[in-house]
Write a protein that binds this ligand. Structure first.
Ligand code: TRP
Length: 458
């Protein structure tokens, strides 16, 4: 029998609503900002191939595991581990997830703030004239080095996120995702069609789509793995939390499959826009976190009504980021509500304030404060460091432990029973069992051990 979730937790209104909301969490800056820049830094198509392998062989099984654990336990990540393994150390995996959520939100909020700032700039006509790549790069550098602007935008964006999470799960999250994700998809398709017909698109497409495996470096694997987890919102319990809101009659496996598919489609489309445009403009693919902000404005300038397109694009990207940050904030918030018995409002207020404080150094890491822009010893800026530590390593460790937990401690049989409820068929069960018990833990562990032993952290 389907047990209804406790009213205070909220529940999804429909199956489609759940998929859209989970896709809303997955689809965000990870697809459109992070994916192109890590592809650019890691040699292009060969990286893309490895990334796709990780998404479907490691990401998808982990997503099924997270959603299943969440639906079974109806809890936040810490409570979910505790419900299956009471009094054990497994709860700390959940706690790692809660901390990682705040860590990711802190720098993600900064980039989302830039996105919103670029929306306003585009709308105001800053990019309506033809511009060179150098001019566009100079605009970006000037913009991100202004501390008042970046901190103000971070604050604005975190407040927007808090406002939605404050209102609660189903009306806030679901409604936002339902309406706006499809619009974003349409816009991306239009932009991709424009980008691939630019002069000089050819070398860009080759860089992006014709793998040259000699370009693989030791950093390729951890980066591709981290990107897969980041893009799919895995490894910190966001999907455990979302799974706790999915109905008992919904099919978890097909939901997970659809989310992985949508998410990958959007990332691939983003690459199809960025790389032709980038080679057209003569920019360096390894431009780092500023890549999309430098490549896109000159592209918009080549479009009829480019000002309108550009503004619409940055607005939708801001909204896509918002449906992701909602899921990041919802993890610590649901933890504080369930485990500490805080009210939703108190949990939202305190977490948002903490995230803001943690986010300020990232907001100041692009020229505003010298040592944050070039950390002594690390040679990278503070935001990039947070991005790698929380966005790659924390998520990888979290996913590894989750796979071990579901594969061995809870057990694939018990998990499959949860999946197969209400007559749902799970034909891929043996495949999933193999992936979650063997392939995921071994592959992730090998990559982590390799990094630790070779010291190739960044
Ligand atoms: N997946 C989102 C993106 O691609 C970011 C995100 C939201 C996330 N929730 C998460 C990443 C949880 C890791 C874990 O933009």
């Amino acid at each position: 029998m389907a047990s209804a979730p406790a009213p205070a937790r909220g529940a999804w209104n429909s199956r489609v609503g759940f998929i859209l909301a989970a896709a809303g969490s997955a689809i965000g800056l990870g697809n459109i900002w992070r994916f192109p820049y890590v592809v650019g830094e890691n040699g292009g198509a060969a990286f893309v191939v490895i990334y796709l392998g990780f998404v479907f062989l490691i990401g998808a099984p982990v997503m099924i595991a997270e959603l299943t654990l969440g639906r079974r336990t109806q809890r936040n990540p810490v409570g979910a581990f505790a419900a299956i393994a009471p009094g054990s150390l497994w709860q700390f995996v959940g706690l790692l997830g809660v901390i990682t959520g705040v860590g990711i939100l802190s720098f993600y909020g900064v980039v989302a703030g830039w996105t919103f700032g670029y929306f306003l700039k585009t709308l105001g006509g800053s990019f309506s004239h033809t511009m060179t790549a150098e001019q566009s790069a100079a605009v970006f550098t000037g913009f991100v080095s202004n501390w008042l602007v970046t901190c103000g935008l971070l604050l604005t964006f975190l407040l927007l996120t808090a406002l939605i999470v404050w209102r609660g799960v189903s009306d806030g999250i679901e409604l936002t995702s339902k309406i706006l994700m499809p619009v974003l998809l349409v816009l991306l398709i239009i932009l991709a069609a424009r980008a691939v017909t630019l002069s000089g698109a050819g070398p860009g497409l080759r860089f992006y789509l014709a793998p040259d495996f000699s370009k693989i470096t030791p950093q390729t694997f951890p980066t591709a793995l981290g990107q897969a987890f980041f893009s799919l919102s895995l490894g910190m319990g966001a999907m455990i939390t979302y799974g706790s809101y999915i109905g008992k009659r919904d099919h978890l496996v097909s939901a997970a499959g659809l989310v992985c598919l949508f998410d990958t489609l959007i990332a691939l489309l983003a690459g199809l826009i960025i790389f032709p445009a980038l080679f057209h403009a003569g920019l360096n693919p390894a431009s780092g976190v500023g890549l999309v902000f430098q490549v896109l404005p000159p592209l918009f300038a080549t479009l009829p009504a480019g000002q309108f397109f550009g503004a619409a694009f940055f607005l939708l990207l801001t909204i896509a980021a918002l449906t992701s940050t909602i899921s990041l904030l919802e993890v610590p918030v649901s933890y504080l509500i369930d485990e500490w018995k805080w009210s939703r409002h108190k949990a939202v207020a305190v977490t948002t304030l903490g995230t803001l404080l943690l986010g300020l150094p990232s907001a100041l890491a692009f020229g505003a404060v010298g040592w944050l822009s070039q950390l002594p010893g690390a040679g990278i800026d503070f935001l990039t460091l947070m991005n790698i530590v929380f966005g790659n390593y924390s998520l990888s460790v979290g996913s590894l432990l989750l796979a071990v937990f579901v594969g061995y401690r809870w057990g694939v049989a018990a998990a499959a029973e949860e999946i197969e409820q209400a007559g749902a068929r799970f034909g891929l069960r043996p495949v999933w069992a193999f992936l979650i018990r063997f392939l995921c833990p071994v592959a992730v562990a090998v990559i982590i051990i390799y990094i630790v032993f070779t010291g190739n952290y960044f």
